[in-house]
Ligand binder design. Structure first.
Ligand SMILES: [Ca+2]
Length: 298
């Protein structure tokens, strides 16, 4: 029996207020093989690590009472091995640094639960992946893929606060990132050099300016033992061109035992008020979401 929960695109909200933030409720993570944009998936979950969506109802304390978007949140854990890692992400076209950084805002909230013996410096980190397939600046040395990683420990007191929600808002001048290497810079391997997005833009090759931000991810590990890290309310926006405003709310949802049940339920939720081509497009979109959740290629 396949047990899987659904992702709901809140099309009703988008229909009523087309200029408002498009908020997507994420109730589970698709398999690592996912290539569909807009679908959160297990981008890098290794043995000893987990990724799930937790219902916080009845848990109490700050975790439940001050959560940013009730009733649930994403949960990433690592056991007491260095190899363990729990990372989830979403693919999309989130724009080019040269066009978008001046108006870009990325935000998320995290909650590091205390756990005896855990690595005190770790907390759910935000990772932005950039790729440029053209890669024609010699300064890039042929490497035009890189992730910029925002770690709470490099952006505040050495150890992130435990058992409290922390809201992070990043723009081009706010928030320090280390780089995994590419676009003419080496791999910081979890540490310095630390720069803002504007700082990296200024110091990297020309290929970075017209690279595309292709994935937003949140993770814990590896080498971060004993983590119990919740996160929620991930959003990304910019005002370049037609603009972008995506927001993801991690909340538990109903589960489906078959692809057919998933498709019929999502279509029933999202599409009945639409007509003609809009109805067909909505049906197709729900089918694609369910295929992604069940790890079935189109
Ligand atoms: Ca939530």
């Amino acid at each position: 029996m396949i047990k899987i929960t659904k992702t709901i695109l809140t099309l009703g909200l988008m229909t009523l207020a087309p200029l408002a933030l498009a908020q997507t409720v994420v109730s589970s993570f698709a398999p690592a093989t996912n290539l569909a944009p807009g679908v959160w998936y297990e981008d890098d979950v290794r043995p000893g690590g987990t990724a799930s969506v937790a219902d916080l109802t009845g848990i109490g304390g700050d975790l439940e009472d001050t959560q940013p978007l009730p009733v649930g949140a994403a949960l990433l854990t690592t056991d007491f091995t260095n190899a363990a890692k729990g990372e989830v992400g979403v693919l999309g076209d989130y724009g080019m640094p040269g066009d978008t950084f001046s108006s870009l805002t990325v935000s998320y909230s995290y909650f590091k639960a205390a756990n005896a013996g855990q690595n005190p410096a770790s907390a759910p980190s935000l990772k932005l992946a950039f790729s440029n397939l053209l890669c024609d600046d010699v300064a890039s040395a042929g490497d035009c893929y890189m992730e910029l990683v925002y770690e709470p420990t490099w952006n505040g007191p050495p150890s992130p606060a435990t058992d409290t929600w922390t809201a992070v808002t990043i723009d081009e001048n706010e928030g320090l990132f280390w780089a995994t290497g590419g676009f003419g810079t080496g791999n910081g391997a979890g540490g310095p050099p630390l720069k803002t997005l504007a700082g990296w833009r200024a110091s990297l090759s020309e290929d970075f300016g017209d690279a595309t931000l292709i994935r937003v991810a949140v993770g814990v590990g590896s080498y971060n033992q004993g983590q119990i890290g919740y996160f929620d309310a991930v959003s990304i926006s910019h005002s370049d061109g037609d603009g972008l405003a995506e927001s993801y709310d991690f909340d538990p949802g109903p589960s489906f035992e078959s692809l057919g049940e998933c498709i019929s339920t999502l279509i029933g939720d999202a599409c009945p008020t639409l007509k003609g081509r809009d109805r067909a497009a909505c049906n197709h979109e729900q089918q694609a979401i369910c295929r992604a959740l069940f790890g079935i290629d189109e």
